[in-house]
Every structure is written in C-alpha cells, then in structure tokens.
Design a protein around this ligand. Structure first.
Ligand SMILES: NC(=O)c1ccc[n+]([C@@H]2O[C@H](COP(=O)([O-])OP(=O)(O)OC[C@H]3O[C@@H](n4cnc5c(N)ncnc54)[C@H](OP(=O)(O)O)[C@@H]3O)[C@@H](O)[C@H]2O)c1
Length: 292
C-alpha cells in the first residue's frame, strides 16, 4: 500500500489501522495487543489511537513485541477535550508517551474542536513539535470555521484533518476546503462505524446495492470498494477490524481501479448522515467523559 506526502514533507501510509473499541471501548489488554499484532503481521505500519480510546498501552506493547524498529511505524494519537489547554496538553502528551512506551509520536491531533481551548492547546502542540516529540501536527473533527480560527493563530499549520467520512457522509465542501489549505483528509469510520455504535449492518453503506454490484464486478468485498473510493481520491483511511479476513482485505486494494462513473455513483449515496459525534457540540458531552 502506498504512502502519501503530508505538506510538512513527512510520509504517511494511506491505509492505517484504526484501534477504537477493539473488544470494548477502553479495553486495553492482551486481546487488543494481539489484534494489533495481527494487523502488523498483515503489513500495517500506520496505527491510529487516542488517549480517550484507553488502549495506548496495548498499541505500545504490540509495537514492542513486533520486533520491528519504532521508525518503521507511523503512530497517531490525540489530545482529548478534558486534556486541552496549554500545560494540560504537555501532561497529556507525557501520559500518552508513557503508555505507548515511546519518545515521540508521528502525528498528534486535537481530537475535537473546543474553540475556547484551541489556542493554548495548539501553542503547546507547536512546542512539542519544535522539541521533536510530535513529528507532525493535525486536527480531528475540525469544521471549516474551526480551521479558520486556528489559521489565525497557528505558526505551524496543521497538515491533516481526521473526519467522519463514508458514502453516507461525503463532506465534499469540507474536503475541498482542507485540500485548498494543504490539509490531508483522513476518513474515520470509513466503512460506516464500528462496534462502539449501534448502527446495524443493513443500515451501513456496505449494504448498498450499487456498492455490492461493484464488489461483484471486481471480485472484491464491499469494504474494499469503499476504501478504494477513498484511496483513489487521495484520502487516508483508518478502518478498524478484529477479523483476520477483514484486516488483510482492507490492505489489499491494489488489483482494481474504479471508473469515474463508479466514483460518482458512490458520491451520490451521500445523505449527510453522521453516525458519530457532531463537532458542533461534541466537546460539551466529551467534557463529561474523561480519559480512562
Ligand atoms: N477522530 C475521531 O473522532 C474518531 C471517531 C471514531 C473512530 N475513529 C478512528 O477511526 C477508526 C475506524 O472507525 P470505526 O471503527 O468506527 O469504523 P470502521 O472502521 O468504518 O468500521 C469498523 C467495523 O467494520 C467492520 N469491518 C472492517 N473491515 C471490514 C470489511 N472489509 N468488510 C466489512 N466490514 C468490515 C468491523 O468488523 P470486524 O471487526 O468484524 O472486521 C467493524 O465492525 C477507529 O478505530 C478510530 O481509530 C476516530
């Protein structure tokens, strides 16, 4: 699987392994570590975690046990809403590094926009970047207005925005805005949400006939069709899976190419349907949910 270059010159594998709620949300044990090790064995080198997922220890243990060099991995983690602020962001990073058993992360993200705290949080992140502790800086769930607010104060511009994006939520205006600012778009819940949500399989885009027809044509799975739709348009994806079959399939995207008509047909499935949190107000609820 190919890498793409972020605007700061660093390279990121376009397919990463999502780790939210492996087993249960906040589970951090041998099962989580073994699942991540399966992904590493399958070839994933880009792993997406967050302090809030409560599984940074398992990520660190899997990497330590993989016998690969730390430098071979691209590790992303995130500062949670309750940790935002100047001093508290340094503390959050110290705690993440301790759990990950690492001395740097490849990409550090503001997990959700919390406009009142954006300036001090970002200023702390810029210092962590200058110290080489956060190699790249990015955002998650930032809307256009949040990015505009950040650009007014940022000395170091974000290179990445991780947003909910799948065929039912294509976010075209935000994707175009990010691209115009040199911000790579990464899709969370690319297949339409994980086991942490109560969305039924038949209500997810993988059940769509148009996607099933393409899967039949190319002799791949519906999940692979959706991920290819992202990859061909230059987006990063971070699918999560606990099944060896899906873990392997989600990396095996090379042998087929969707036509422009097929890309457009998937775009046309958009319903502006958000399965996860709403960035307009998520921070208010998130403040009630501390890092485990
Ligand atoms: N920044 C944020 O606010 C935010 C929010 C949510 C998630 N995320 C990140 O995004 C990652 C992915 O999101 P997600 O876990 O919500 O959703 P997802 O990756 O879109 O979907 C995961 C679900 O799809 C199934 N699946 C995986 N591969 C499949 C395939 N090839 N075909 C059919 N089904 C497949 C998985 O089941 P099996 O385990 O059985 O394969 C699981 O139930 C998270 O792990 C996390 O790293 C970020």
């Amino acid at each position: 699987m190919q890498n793409i270059q972020l605007r700061d010159g660093r390279s990121i594998p376009q397919v990463g392994f999502g780790t939210a709620a492996i087993g249960e949300m906040h589970q951090d044990d041998g099962y989580v570590k073994d699942t991540i090790l399966k992904a590493i064995d399958a070839g994933y080198r880009h792993i997406d975690t967050a302090s809030f997922y409560g599984n940074e220890r398992s990520v660190g243990q899997a990497i330590a046990e993989s016998r690969l060099q730390r430098e071979q991995f691209f590790i992303t983690t995130k500062v949670w809403d309750t940790q935002q602020g100047y001093q508290s962001t340094f503390k959050a990073m110290d705690e993440s590094l301790e759990r990950l058993q690492m001395d740097y992360v490849d990409l550090y993200l503001v997990h959700w926009p919390y406009p009142e705290k954006t300036r001090p949080t970002w200023q702390a992140m810029e210092k962590l970047h200058a110290e080489g502790i956060a190699k790249s800086l990015g955002l998650s769930n930032f809307r256009k207005q949040d990015i505009q607010q950040l650009f007014e104060i940022a000395e170091i511009k974000p290179v990445y925005n991780q947003i909910e994006l799948h065929p039912y939520l294509t976010q075209k205006p935000l994707v175009e805005y990010c691209e115009s600012k040199g911000i790579a778009v990464s899709c969370w819940s690319p297949l339409g949400s994980g086991s942490w949500s109560d969305v039924k399989a038949e209500d997810k885009p993988v059940a769509e006939k148009v996607i099933n027809d393409m899967a039949e044509k190319y002799e791949v799975s519906t999940g692979q069709i959706i991920l290819k739709w992202d990859i061909q348009q230059g987006r990063i994806v971070i699918p999560k899976s606990e099944s060896e079959k899906h873990i392997a399939a989600n990396l095996a995207l090379d042998g087929f190419t969707l036509t422009d008509d097929e890309l457009n047909a998937i775009d046309a499935l958009n319903k502006d349907l958000c399965f996860g949190g709403d960035p307009d107000n998520a921070w208010q609820e998130n403040l009630e949910r501390p890092v485990p």
